[in-house]
Design a binder for this molecule. Structure first.
Ligand SMILES: NC(=O)c1ccc[n+]([C@@H]2O[C@H](COP(=O)([O-])OP(=O)(O)OC[C@H]3O[C@@H](n4cnc5c(N)ncnc54)[C@H](OP(=O)(O)O)[C@@H]3O)[C@@H](O)[C@H]2O)c1
Length: 305
C-alpha cells in the first residue's frame, strides 16, 4: 500500500510517498480501516522535526498522523460494535503506539474508533478526532459550572474553534481570543459571546474570567483569570506559571472512542461545525506541512490517499 513515510527527522522534504507492507489481518480487538483522509496536526510537524524523539515509540522511517476517517474493511474476531463497510473516525496516539494514519490502510483497536458523522463528507470528518477530543477533554479538566466565563485563546485554530463551540454548548460564557480582527466574525459565528483581538495582557484579573483554555502558547493570558480561577493549557512547553491562587493544569489528549462518538453525534445534530481548509494528495504532504507551519490556516488540512 502507499503511505507517507518520514525517512529521517527534519524538514518537510523528509516526507515522501512509499510502498509499504499492508497491515496484517486485524488482531481480535482491532479493525482495518481504508483511509479516506488523515488530517495534519501540529503534533505531526513536531514529530517530523524530532521534537518528540525522546518519547516516540518508533524512530524514522515511520508513518506520521493521528487523525483518520475511513471505511472498515476487516474486523477482528472479538469485534462486535463495528462491521465491515462502516464509516468510522479515530484518533490514534501515533507517538505512543507507532500507528500512523498517513497511509492507505491502518489497523486500530476497535474501541478507539467511533461512527463517523453522516452529515458531512467522510474526508471532512477526519478533522474531528484529535482537535475535538483535545477540546472536550480540556474542558472536562477545566470543569467550570454553567454560567461561568471561559477565555479560549487561539480561538481561530483547530482546537480553539471546536473549544469555543463545545464551551458554548456547556452553557459557559465564552470569550474568544484571536490574533486578527478578520477572524472576529467567525469566532462569533462559532458561538463566542465576546471577542478579544491580540495578545491578552490585561492587568492581573481584570477580565475576571473564571477559567482559561490556553491553546495558542500564550502563558501571559493567565492575567485575564480572576484570583482563584482555573487554567488548562494544551501547550506543555508554554505552561503558564501559577499566580494568585489560580490552578494550572496541562491536558494531554487521550484516545477515546466513546467520547468521539458523542462529538460525532454533535456534528450530526448541527451543533458542532467542522471546518476544512484544503485537501492535499499524499504526494503533497510536504506542502501541507509547510502550509500549517506558515500559520493563518483556518480549518483542517487533510491528506487524501
Ligand atoms: N496537549 C494536547 O494533547 C494537544 C492536543 C492538540 C494540540 N495541542 C497543541 O495545541 C496547539 C494548538 O493546536 P491546534 O491544532 O489548534 O493548532 P492550530 O489549528 O494551528 O491553531 C493554533 C491557533 O493559535 C493561533 N495563535 C497563535 N498565536 C496566537 C496569538 N498570539 N494570538 C491568538 N492566536 C494565536 C493561531 O493563529 P495563526 O494561524 O494566525 O498563527 C491558530 O489559529 C498546538 O501547539 C498543538 O501542538 C496539544
Amino acid at each position: 500500500m502507499r503511505a507517507v513515510v518520514l525517512d529521517a527527522y527534519g524538514g518537510p522534504e523528509h516526507l515522501a510517498v512509499a510502498d509499504v507492507a499492508e497491515p496484517a489481518a486485524p488482531q481480535a480487538d482491532a479493525v482495518l480501516i481504508r483511509v479516506a483522509a488523515a488530517a495534519v496536526n501540529p503534533v505531526d510537524l513536531q514529530t517530523r522535526a524530532g521534537l518528540h524523539a525522546g518519547h516516540s515509540l518508533l524512530q524514522p522511517p515511520m508513518i506520521l498522523g493521528w487523525d483518520v476517517a475511513g471505511s472498515v474493511v476487516a474486523v477482528g474476531d472479538d469485534v462486535t460494535a463495528v462491521g465491515v463497510g462502516d464509516h468510522v473516525v479515530a484518533m490514534s496516539a501515533q507517538m505512543a503506539t507507532g500507528r500512523g494514519t498517513y497511509a492507505e490502510t491502518v489497523a486500530l483497536p476497535a474501541d478507539i474508533t467511533s461512527p463517523a458523522p453522516t452529515s458531512v463528507p467522510l474526508t471532512t470528518a477526519a478533522g474531528l478526532p484529535l482537535a475535538g477530543l483535545t477540546a472536550q477533554q480540556a474542558l472536562d479538566a477545566l470543569d467550570l459550572p454553567e454560567g461561568a466565563t471561559v477565555l479560549v485563546t487561539g480561538a481561530a485554530g483547530s482546537v480553539g474553534g471546536l473549544a469555543v463551540q463545545l464551551a458554548r454548548l456547556r452553557g459557559l460564557r465564552v470569550v474568544a481570543q484571536i490574533r486578527r480582527t478578520a477572524d472576529a466574525q467567525e469566532a462569533l459565528a462559532l458561538g463566542a459571546h465576546e471577542v478579544v483581538v491580540g495578545a491578552p495582557e490585561p492587568a492581573a484579573g481584570t477580565l475576571g474570567a473564571d477559567g482559561l483554555l490556553e491553546t495558542a502558547g500564550l502563558p501571559q493570558a493567565i492575567g485575564t483569570v480572576r484570583d482563584g480561577g482555573r487554567v488548562v493549557s494544551i501547550v506543555p512547553t508554554r505552561r503558564p506559571v501559577e499566580e494568585r491562587g489560580i490552578t494550572v493544569t496541562v491536558s494531554h489528549v487521550e484516545q477515546d472512542g466513546e467520547r468521539l462518538a458523542e462529538l460525532s453525534a454533535l456534528v450530526d445534530r448541527g451543533e458542532l461545525r467542522l471546518r476544512t481548509a484544503k485537501e492535499y494528495g499524499f504526494d503533497e504532504a510536504a506542502e501541507a506541512h509547510r502550509a500549517l507551519a506558515g500559520g493563518g490556516v483556518r480549518g483542517k488540512l487533510l491528506l487524501v490517499p
